[in-house]
Structures are given as C-alpha cells and as structure tokens.
Ligand binder design. Structure first.
Ligand SMILES: [Cu+2]
Length: 331
C-alpha cells in the first residue's frame, strides 16, 4: 500500500542518492538533538523541581570542560554538515565539461525545450540515459522554477537572465516536471515530463522527426539576418570585437573592469550593448531589445559559443579577444 503513496520521489539521477544521503543525515542529526534537548528539559524539570514551599535554589556551577565539550562537539558536527552540503551544492550546480546543452524557455504557462540538434518540444523533454545534460534556461515573462523531484534538480528560471542546471538520468522512464514558483493563474498546470530513453532509442526518436536546423545553424542564420556579421566579421576588427574564441575568455572594458564572457554577458551585450564596452571600441552597436525572441537570442548565443570551440580546434589556442588586432579568418 505504502508503495503507492509518493511520500518520497524515486531516485532517477546520479545526484539523487547523494542529495538523499545528505538530507536524511541532516534529518537524523536534527531529530537526535531535538529529542535530546526536549528530553533533558523534561528530565531536569522533574529532577530539579522545587520540593517544598520554602526551598531556596542554589546556583549550579558547570565545569569548564563541560562547557568546552558541548561547544566544540556541535561546532565540529555543524562544520562537517556545512562542508558536505557545500560539496553537494557545487556538484549540483557545476555541469561536467562533457554535458550537452539544451535550451529551456519558460512562459506562462508552458515549458519550451530545444535540443542541440534543433528539435523543439513543449512540456516534454526527451533525453538519453547516462548522458550529462545541461539546461540553459530563461523566462519570457515572470519567474518560474524548473523542478524535477526524481532528479533532485530545482532552479529558478528568470526573465532577462540565464540560469543553468544539469542532471544525468540514471533510470529509463517518465519523470514529472513541475513549475515550483507561483507564476499566475495556471501555475499548477505548468508541468510536463522528462522522458529518459536508452541512447539508441533516443537517436531513433531524434531521427524519426524533422528536427529543423540545429541550434548552431539557426544561430548562424540569425547572425546574418540581424546583420551582426557586418561588424563582427573576422576582417572588420576595427568596428567591433571578433567573436571567434571569445566565449569563456576574459574581456577588458573601457574605463576598467574585466569579465569572463558567458551566456549572461553575451545576452547583455546584445540587449544593452553600451552597458559594458570592450576596451578599444566605440559605442556603435544598436540594441536588439524587443527585436528577437528569447529562443532566437539563445540560438545566437549557441552559435557564438560554437565559434569559441571552432577557434580552439583550428588554432590550438584562443586569441586575445580584448585586442582589436585582426584574428586569422576561420572561413
Ligand atoms: Cu511557472
């Protein structure tokens, strides 16, 4: 009977066991000390009760060693809990290098997914078993939260910013996806499924439908369509920074400051180009705010990211992106 009561979600990702071990250990420690303190309160209340009307209490003096012991032992336990929690947190929010990136756009009240191969899905996401999957997520309207209990994965999805989560499914099956942040009238209906398939079945699933252009191809198309290529060409370095190899590198800004180029920085540079001007360039670029959908911005960023790995493969090293010197043409 109890098997049918979903008291605790099943473990379906590589992280789930670790999260549960942490959770139950913390729960055990809390219950143990909670009962200990409550029990001692009752015990002392009885043991040291006032026995007659005219009894006058006398001060109790605890030894210094007792004080040290009951301070140092809980301190050690709490520090160990912190260290373990921090380790699991880092594990949960640092996707491994071989993770494959999928895009997620949330809106009232649905989840839109795009596979790197180009396939799009709404509310359902098919993924292969045993492959680390990284989700780059944003929202078109309000704050949502991506929550798959069976994977022990939950992260806010914010408008105007990218957040990421990752998971590696360890079980074939269909797992419920929730929106875990109240986002309007149909919030409770904003759910879906993550469908985990054997890698071969996933390949067949992909092949069985028209995927459309891949994320990178769509991004490259947009790069031309939005005329990004008129300035960000590899032979026009005086107008705008070259984008080959820029992703993941540090850029220097006019007026000081540096930043590693990541998804959020690229998004800001597209929407608000003058916010952080790369050293040596003038504020010539117009804003693209309101001219692209969130899906398109993600595709464009996907393309710019692919230029980074191209540059690494082609030249074995990445050029200094902050310098306006022309970079060899990637073709
Ligand atoms: Cu929502």
């Amino acid at each position: 009977m109890w098997k049918n009561v979903p008291f605790f979600p099943e473990q379906a990702s590589t992280l789930a066991g670790e999260v549960d071990a942490l959770y139950f250990t913390f729960l055990g420690i809390s219950v143990f000390f909670g009962l200990l303190v409550a029990g001692l309160v009752v015990f002392f209340a009885i043991r040291f009760r006032r026995r007659s009307e005219d009894e006058i209490g006398r001060p109790e003096k605890a030894g210094i060693w007792l004080e040290i012991i009951w301070s140092v032992i809980p301190l050690a336990i709490l520090l160990a809990m912190f260290a373990w929690g921090a380790k699991v947190y880092v594990q949960a929010f640092r996707p491994p290098g071989n993770a494959i990136e999928y895009f997620v756009t949330a809106k009232q009240w649905m989840w839109k997914f795009q596979h790197p191969q180009g396939n799009r899905e709404i509310n359902n996401l098919h993924v292969p078993l045993g492959q680390p999957i990284r989700l780059t997520m944003t929202s078109e309207d309000v704050i949502h939260s991506f929550f798959v209990p069976a994977f022990r994965v939950k992260a806010d999805v914010l408008p105007g910013r990218y957040t990421t989560v990752w998971f590696e499914a360890s079980k074939v099956g269909t797992f419920h996806l929730f929106c875990a942040e109240y986002c309007g009238a149909e919030h409770s209906m904003m759910g879906g499924s993550i469908i985990v398939m054997e890698p071969a079945d996933y390949e067949m699933w992909l092949a069985g439908r028209d995927s459309g252009p891949s994320v990178i191809a769509s991004g490259e198309e947009l790069f031309k369509l939005k005329a990004c290529n008129t300035c960000h060409r590899s032979d026009s370095a005086t107008l705008a920074p070259i984008l080959h190899g820029v992703f993941g590198e540090e850029v220097e800004f006019e007026g000081g400051g540096t930043q590693i180029v990541d998804e959020n920085y690229l998004r800001e540079s597209i929407m608000n180009p003058t916010a952080k001007l790369v050293k040596g360039y003038k504020p010539l670029m117009p804003t693209y705010k309101g001219q692209m959908t969130e899906d398109e911005v993600l595709q464009l960023i996907g393309y710019i990211k692919s230029l980074a790995s191209d540059a690494k493969e082609d030249h074995g090293a990445v050029s200094d992106s902050s310098s306006p010197d022309p970079v060899p043409d990637e073709g």
